[in-house]
Design a protein around this ligand. Structure first.
Ligand SMILES: Cc1cc2nc3c(=O)[nH]c(=O)nc-3n(C[C@H](O)[C@H](O)[C@H](O)COP(=O)(O)OP(=O)(O)OC[C@H]3O[C@@H](n4cnc5c(N)ncnc54)[C@H](O)[C@@H]3O)c2cc1C
Length: 589
């Protein structure tokens, strides 16, 4: 398909070149020409088939627009499909009404903008939320919930609760749970057991029905198609025209008659991008939650920034609340996010390589840095987040909410990321050290496929000093001094005898590390949510560096900024809003 006259007139404008993991520069953007040929076209192009993208695609398609979903992976669903399926949509849903829970859009708005709610470490959950975006969420929250039900999502039949919610509002119960039903789970490759199919919570129960609904509505998918650039008439002016796509090395250009919806799911997987927010987030934080099913490589943000889009609400990325950074739940594997354990039956297990050893009790291990030194009480917690009655008693906006919180820093993660004083950013590799007695107590089987020996995420030896010598892998920047690890283990064993951890105050250390073999398992902090991204307005239009909405691009989900909540409520609701508004744009011929 050839360019139309207007597009030919503006030819010579730019689109951004986006490398897989790099930041496109304005200079390289200038070098790229608008396409002379469009291989495909649709009214609305949705980039990404996750929690934001599929609702957007369904809404736009059912309203009458033609829709193409571009998905980089060979499969649909993004992080949403491997998520926990806990969904705090409120504002007066049919289920809240059924159980007599009084909620309203105004209450959602007040909850999510209350300055006075802080966590025990002093960080606020809601203070830096963008009011316009929260208002749009509040007004569309209940409608999104009903939309999901109408499109096949089965919610566990019980009252809303507070399980799995993070920064979701203090006033009332809102969290519902997507039941996996009979859809195969990506984590295991098999459906949930019959007694859990309708009672447990799983992102499969959200994304599989939405996938089916999208196909039924006639949404077209292009899988293994990665958006590499967004075309705009000129770098800082004019409409968005379409996108550039890479399909396993073949390039094509897809024209959008109405709009492009960026639903690419965030940026934690892009080393340089994430380090703009937090310089500590160096290479060793390679165990992203949701990987290897899909990546968050900031490609949506970078492509939009190259056409003058702005970022927004950046505090929420570094706020020490919720699940942006987590303590691993599984050790000895690369992907140790606590609520996602890859099992050998999973279709992506060859990429995950190991399931990990699930830690039931952190008394069974000590955690050491690259120098073989302990740095914190191993039972220490990760960051926390507000939820129903997290502040109790609670009064909206009251100074007492913050004043009554007892300070408790929850600093295992920060201590792990403090580094070893060698001038490098990032904390380097963190290892859980334990012995054969711990293996027995935890009932672990420390062999593949439970641990990743080949990848360098698990080591064993007959002595502690030999163990230290063996720890060699790409994120262990320097050899671990064997005498350090010996001293650390000896000192800790002494604390167990004395009944007190004189270094880090671990509550009564219980077990010595003395019975060979000895083990070292990867226990480095895990990156999870992206909570800041492109600036959008209440209609989910992408906003530029002058504060003006750019004509044509929309964005929602983890690639959008201004909203510091865990994702499964905000992402579908923004897809719902973006899909509706993208459809309402007038089509260019
Ligand atoms: C293990 C886990 C558990 C979770 N549990 C919960 C929970 O219980 N409750 C909750 O509220 N939140 C939860 N979350 C968070 C929630 O799943 C995410 O916030 C949500 O899925 C984000 O939606 P999204 O549409 O922005 O991104 P995603 O769902 O990740 O979808 C983005 C899609 O875009 C694709 N993509 C990216 N770049 C490109 C490109 N350039 N071209 C084409 N396609 C591209 C990706 O491959 C992906 O399929 C969990 C997340 C994980 C990983």
């Amino acid at each position: 398909m050839a360019l139309n006259r207007r597009e030919l007139l503006v030819r010579g404008g730019t689109a951004a070149a986006v490398g897989a993991g790099g930041l496109a520069s304005a200079a390289s953007a200038q070098a790229q020409q608008l396409p002379t040929q469009w291989q495909r076209e649709a009214d609305v192009i949705v980039i990404g088939s996750g929690a934001c993208g599929l609702p957007a695609a369904i809404v736009a398609k059912e309203a009458g627009s033609s829709v193409i979903v571009i998905e980089a992976q060979p499969h649909v669903g993004g992080h949403a499909r491997v998520s926990g399926g806990n969904m705090p949509l409120g504002g007066g849903t049919s289920v809240q009404k059924r159980y007599g829970i009084e909620d309203s859009p105004d209450l959602v708005f007040k909850d999510l903008t209350d300055w006075s709610v802080v966590q025990p470490n002093g960080f606020p959950d809601y203070r830096y939320n963008e009011r316009e975006i929260i208002r749009a969420f509040a007004d569309n929250s209940a409608a999104t919930f009903e939309f999901l039900r109408e499109h096949g999502v089965v919610f566990v039949d019980k009252p809303p609760d507070r399980q799995g919610g993070s920064s979701v509002g203090n006033s009332v119960l809102r969290t519902m749970h997507c039941a996996p039903m009979d859809w195969p789970l990506v984590q295991t490759g098999a459906p949930a057991s019959p007694n859990l199919r309708a009672t447990t919570s799983s992102g499969n129960g959200l994304m599989q029905p939405l996938d089916a609904a999208a196909r039924k509505a006639g949404v077209e998918y292009l899988l293994e198609h990665k958006m590499t650039a967004i075309y705009r008439e000129a770098p800082a002016s004019g409409r968005v025209l379409g996108i550039a796509v890479d399909n396993n090395g073949s390039k094509l250009n897809i024209r959008a008659r109405k709009a492009v919806i960026i639903a690419t799911g965030g940026s934690t997987g892009n080393l340089n991008f994430r380090r703009m927010f937090d310089p500590r987030l160096t290479e060793e934080y390679c165990g992203l939650a949701g990987m290897p099913y899909s990546n968050q490589d900031a490609s949506g943000e970078i492509a939009a920034m190259a056409i003058n889009a702005s970022l927004w609400g950046l505090f929420n990325f570094t706020s020490e609340t919720g699940s942006g950074l987590t303590k691993p739940g599984q050790i000895g594997c690369q992907y140790g996010y606590v609520n996602l354990r890859w099992m050998p039956g999973s279709p992506v297990f060859s990429k995950a390589r190991a399931s990990g050893l699930r830690v039931a009790d952190w008394q069974n291990v000590i955690t050491v840095n690259m120098l073989g030194k302990r740095f914190y009480d191993e039972t220490g917690r990760q960051y926390t987040a507000n939820n129903y009655k997290g502040v109790d008693p609670y009064s909206y906006g009251s100074y007492l909410n913050a004043k009554n919180v007892r300070f408790e820093p929850n600093n295992w993660i920060n201590a792990a990321m403090a580094g070893i004083g060698d001038g490098h950013n990032g904390g380097g590799a963190i290892w859980a050290i334990f012995d054969a007695a711990a293996v027995e107590r935890e009932k672990w089987d420390p062999k593949p496929p439970n641990v990743d020996i080949e990848g360098g995420f698990f080591f064993s030896a007959d002595t502690v000093s030999e163990l230290a010598r063996k720890i060699q892998m790409k994120y262990q920047r320097l050899p671990m001094p064997p005498q350090n690890l010996e001293e650390t283990v000896g000192r800790y064993n002494g604390f167990v005898g004395q009944g007190r951890d004189f270094d880090f105050g671990k509550p009564r250390p219980l077990y010595t590390i003395a019975k060979p073999p000895f083990y070292a398992a990867w226990a480095t902090p895990v990156l999870h949510d992206t909570r800041a991204g492109l600036r959008i307005n209440g209609r989910c239009q992408v906003v530029d560096l002058n504060g003006e909405a750019i004509a044509g691009p929309y964005c929602g989900g983890e690639s959008a900024g201004g909203f510091g909540m865990h994702g499964l409520a905000r992402c579908p609701s923004q897809g719902f809003i973006a899909g509706r508004n993208a459809h309402a744009e007038s089509a260019r011929v």
